[in-house]
Design a protein around this ligand. Sequence first.
Ligand SMILES: NC(=O)c1ccc[n+]([C@@H]2O[C@H](COP(=O)([O-])OP(=O)(O)OC[C@H]3O[C@@H](n4cnc5c(N)ncnc54)[C@H](OP(=O)(O)O)[C@@H]3O)[C@@H](O)[C@H]2O)c1
Length: 198
Amino acid sequence: MQTAIIGTGKIGEAIAKKLIKAGHSVLLTNNKGAESLKDKAASLGNLAIPADISEVNQAEVLFLTVRWSHLQQVAADVPNLEGKILVDVTNPILDDMSFDDLKGKAASEIVQELFPKARVVKTLNHYFLKWIDEDPKVDNGKRIAFVSGDDTEAKNTVTNLLNEFGFKSIDLGNLAAGSKLQQAGGSLAALNIVSYPA
Ligand SMILES: NC(=O)c1ccc[n+]([C@@H]2O[C@H](COP(=O)([O-])OP(=O)(O)OC[C@H]3O[C@@H](n4cnc5c(N)ncnc54)[C@H](OP(=O)(O)O)[C@@H]3O)[C@@H](O)[C@H]2O)c1
């Protein structure tokens, strides 16, 4: 599957590694442009392709891994994402580390408003970087990945990817209710949850 990372920083690179390990091609983007990502792409192998933000709509599934303060700019820069699956891994944390005031909305509802033609699915944001980066196999168990979204087919596609990565996926329902539990400040945030066989 052709995938893309919008924002190949710490989280974006960790997810790119997992996509590549599962055999998917990944377009890597950042704010500085494709040229600045050549060395990083070379270190990740030949499934990693440095790209400009204008090229991301070549991908079917796009991971959104930019800081909350950069979302508006990304929404302005990114081409039309009609029908694309946009996997929201962001948290509504401002640059001074305070939580943004979302006025009762879920953070992913705001992401959906910024990218109205994409099919937004929330996942992995409730973990710290190390738990996203690590192998989700823990002893004889699997780390849990929560998934929320309003589009069932998009959610299934993301669930399949997470299962390929080695997570056990749990569907939390729609963006309005489910993703609120996942986001920073939500009741599932920062919990390291592993499912063990009975
Ligand atoms: N770090 C964690 O433990 C953690 C855990 C879960 C979720 N999150 C969430 O994940 C997101 C990313 O966090 P991070 O720690 O990976 O941040 P980061 O290391 O600062 O990476 C952010 C990336 O976004 C890129 N970017 C900025 N503006 C852009 C634009 N207009 N177009 C394309 N790319 C752009 C940056 O590009 P340049 O390099 O060119 O500046 C950088 O590569 C945040 O929303 C954070 O809340 C973080």
